[in-house]
Design a protein around this ligand. Sequence first.
Ligand code: ATP
Ligand code: MG
Length: 356
Amino acid sequence: MSASSYQNSSKPVIEVRDLNVTFTAGAKPVRAVDGVSLQVASGETLALIGESGSGKSVTLRSLLRLHPPRSSRISGQVQVAGMEVLGLNANALADYRGRVCSMIFQEPLLALDPVYSVGDQIVESIRKHEPTVTRTQAHARALELFERVRIPSPERRLAAFPHEMSGGMRQRAMIALALACKPQVLLADEPTTALDATVQIQILLLLRELQRELGLSIIFVTHDMGAAVEMADRIAVMYAGRIVEMGPVRDVIRHPQHPYTAALLESRAGMERATDALNEGHARVRLLAIGGAPPDLTNLPPGCAFAPRCMYAQDACRVAAPDAVQVSAEHTARCVRLGAAHWRDAPVAAPLATSA
Ligand SMILES: Nc1ncnc2c1ncn2[C@@H]1O[C@H](COP(=O)(O)OP(=O)(O)OP(=O)(O)O)[C@@H](O)[C@H]1O
Ligand SMILES: [Mg+2]
């Protein structure tokens, strides 16, 4: 769906407000998610992008309340299809998972049960949520789902165990399982990273098609800016547990407002240039990279967490974390320089550092 229909739609299907997640098992608490707020409309895809450890998976798992209850603290509001997820009791939560909100994991072998056939897992999932459905009816639905995700010889494959399938087929089976109970919301956590490039594209195309057909609301986590552009209506960029920039894909790509977003875009462009150069026979290529190390989540600086790596950082950046600034109707970013004309007019896609 388009950005404008997001604006016009009445109530978002996903509404997260001021989500904070801290893990407390280690010597020092880990602040993995820090004040995240986002909305996703019906039929919309939001891509969540950022470096490893920036809190993308923790944010997603919060929507299903999958964190270890004894060693995590979670606060804020998570509303999905009108349900207050953080307040659900055990029964309501079990019903919510899969029926309202489902997840596709990066590595389906970890999510699928190795001792049951994939077909049995789909049948059980349907019957758990809809006890009046018979095994035969559930099996027919599983077959339909396998056809829909284009698994060849679907009847035979339903009897297969997860380890008997190829990576791409397992990911298709995982998608079928995730859709078995007709959820409104699909959370996809790097669903194609473990697959080779051609299979990745097939799975992304399949997801996009299913999303359109079924009107799903999707949060799609990825490292890959290209996949985010292909899949999403809007992009949220995460850094150190915070969303530092969010907006319609086109706006964020063409006019990134946060230096971290600009650096992500530039490192992708650098990678593409390097690949071209290697293809042209150059033996060594200098790659642009985001300089400095990702922040320590047990000891975050008081101001903007990106400041130590940012070539535009100034004193104000180290004092307090900047609030989100509305750049345009749907585009927000958290950078103190946003108000300053010299930053807006500067070439935002400038590299932050160069490494050999
Ligand atoms: N159960 C847990 N207990 C303690 N720390 C955790 C737990 N789960 C995640 N973390 C920490 O929270 C931070 C954010 O993790 P998260 O998995 O969300 O990163 P991510 O953005 O998904 O990274 P990646 O791209 O590598 O998947 C990391 O520092 C991680 O070590
Ligand atoms: Mg992750």
